[in-house]
Structures are given as structure tokens and as C-alpha cells.
Design a protein around this ligand. Structure first.
Ligand SMILES: [Zn+2]
Length: 283
């Protein structure tokens, strides 16, 4: 039996259920803001036909929490990696713990890992060391990669090019960069994850003109919740916390710029995500 569904949280105008089941490939449900009402958040996602959630694991502790959630709730899966912000803490012990996590049935990708030269919470060389070590783990396990890149497109492409034959698939999550970077990634046969960034008329514009360049079989959708609340919502949300039940609004915006129907975009991104993460469809 599913958890009884009681929605006194989302305003009625935000409750929107597309016909096609969706996959949110980037949900940070281990974030402390979800601690209080996680089962309600998941029930709302299911009610909005967001049937499959990939819970992002950004360090050992959060990856273990993500695995525990995936064990508890049907339709949830986990990733396990070390985010570039935390790369300074990388060592052999972390590598061993990650490797053990990658063998768990609930873990469907290595990551979130990559490069973030925007904030440099860890130095670029620390980031590259942790990233390359995780590329090696992905090559070893055969798992796909869930990648983060901010202001590091050229270095990312150089590193991925040298690993491309050794790894299986990789998705650049929350892609927000320019045309050259996008085509560089597509030329490397990578996948692209789009978030509610595109719904923001203040900063989503360059991205909107690029959406059509991403083939539907390479495109996946994500909330990156609780961050990046879409700006195309017709009502205000208490607390302004983003959550998976709002993914259909992101699909709506992407479909508009891709010039396909919402149903087609939903079905295609779900097909792509289930194939990418090697998940059987949830009925
Ligand atoms: Zn990220």
C-alpha cells in the first residue's frame, strides 16, 4: 500500500499530473529541508506521476542516506559520489567506501562528481584528482556517471575525452552552459540533464535557444530540488522549497522550447532515463 496521500501543501493550481510517468534524475532528498516530511514529498511526486526518483549522493554520508531511502521507498534509486565542492576530503578510505556503495543494487550511477571552477570550495587540482579517481571507479563498475560542471567546460571535455572509451554513459546534470560546450558534450556521446533553470526568464534565455539542439534520446529532466524552484509556476509555494512533484512544470517549459508536445517530451525523457540508469519501468 502506498502512503495515504494528503495534499494540503501544494496549492491546487500547482497540482498537475501528466499522462506519462516521469523520471526526476536529480533529487537532493537527503537535504535537511526534506527531513520533516519526506514521505509526503514522495507521495506528492507519485501523485504528479513522477514515478521514478534518482536521489543524488554527494558524499559518503549522503550517498548512504540515499541508499537507505531507495531501500525504503519503491521507485527511488541512489547515486554515490563525491561532489567537487568536497573534493579536498578525497582519500583512499573514501574511494573504498564509494566502491562498496557502487556494488549495491540501489545505486544506479557514480556521482555526483565533476568540476566546479565557479566557487572553488576545493582547489582545481583537488577537484581533478577526486574526479579522475571516480572516473576510474565508474570504468571499473561499468555504472553510468552523474556529472556536475560549472565554469569548467573545457577542462571537463578534455578529461572526459581521455576517459571516453573506458566509461559507459555520462550525463551532465543541470546543464546551463553555451552552445560550444553543449556540442562538445554531444560530440562525446554524453547525455544532458535540464532543470528549472530554463524556466527563469532572467537567466534561462541562452539555454532556451539551445534546447532544440539536444536530441530527445540524449535529454533527461531533473528538479535538482530543493534548489532551483521554477519561475513559471502559476502560484507561490510555502517556503519556496522545490520538490519532485513540480517536475511536470519543467517538462512543460522544455517542451515549449524543443517544439514538441509535453506528452512526447515526457515519454522520450523517461525512456532515455530508464535506459541510461538501467531501471525497469515502474507501473
Ligand atoms: Zn550539481
Amino acid at each position: 500500500m502506498a502512503t495515504p496521500y494528503r495534499d494540503d501543501f501544494l496549492p491546487e493550481s500547482l497540482q498537475f499530473r501528466p499522462r506519462t510517468p516521469l523520471v526526476d534524475i536529480g533529487a537532493n532528498l537527503t537535504h535537511e529541508s526534506f527531513q520533516r516530511d519526506l514521505s509526503d514529498v514522495i507521495a506528492r511526486a507519485k501523485a504528479a506521476n513522477v514515478a521514478t526518483l534518482i536521489v543524488t549522493g554527494t558524499d559518503i554520508e549522503h550517498a548512504e542516506q540515499a541508499v537507505a531511502m531507495a531501500q525504503q521507498f519503491p521507485g527511488l534509486y541512489a547515486t554515490a559520489g563525491v561532489h567537487p565542492h568536497d573534493a579536498s576530503g578525497w582519500n583512499d578510505d573514501v574511494a573504498h567506501q564509494l566502491k562498496a556503495l557502487h556494488q549495491k543494487a540501489e545505486v544506479v550511477a557514480v556521482g555526483e562528481c565533476g568540476l566546479d571552477f565557479n566557487r572553488n570550495f576545493s582547489t582545481p587540482s583537488e577537484q581533478e584528482r577526486a574526479f579522475e579517481a571516480q572516473l576510474a571507479l565508474a570504468a571499473e563498475s561499468g555504472l553510468p556517471l552523474f556529472l556536475h560542471e560549472r565554469d569548467a567546460g573545457q577542462r571537463m571535455r578534455d578529461i572526459l575525452r581521455s576517459w571516453r572509451d573506458d566509461i559507459s554513459q555520462a550525463v551532465i546534470h543541470c546543464f546551463t552552459a553555451d552552445r560550444d560546450t553543449l556540442h562538445g558534450y554531444l560530440d562525446l556521446d554524453l547525455h544532458i540533464g535540464l532543470t528549472g533553470w530554463i524556466c527563469d526568464e532572467r537567466r534561462g534565455h541562452p539555454l532556451r535557444t539551445l534546447v532544440k539542439d539536444i536530441p530527445l534520446e540524449r535529454l533527461m529532466v531533473e528538479t535538482d530540488c530543493p534548489y532551483l524552484l521554477p519561475r513559471n509556476l502559476p502560484a507561490k509555494l510555502k517556503g519556496r522549497r522545490h520538490e519532485p512533484a513540480l517536475l511536470p512544470w519543467i517538462v512543460r517549459e522544455i517542451a515549449l522550447w524543443h517544439d514538441v508536445s509535453e506528452a512526447e517530451l515526457g515519454a522520450a525523457t523517461t525512456r532515455t532515463a530508464l535506459r541510461f540508469f538501467r531501471i525497469d519501468a515502474v507501473s
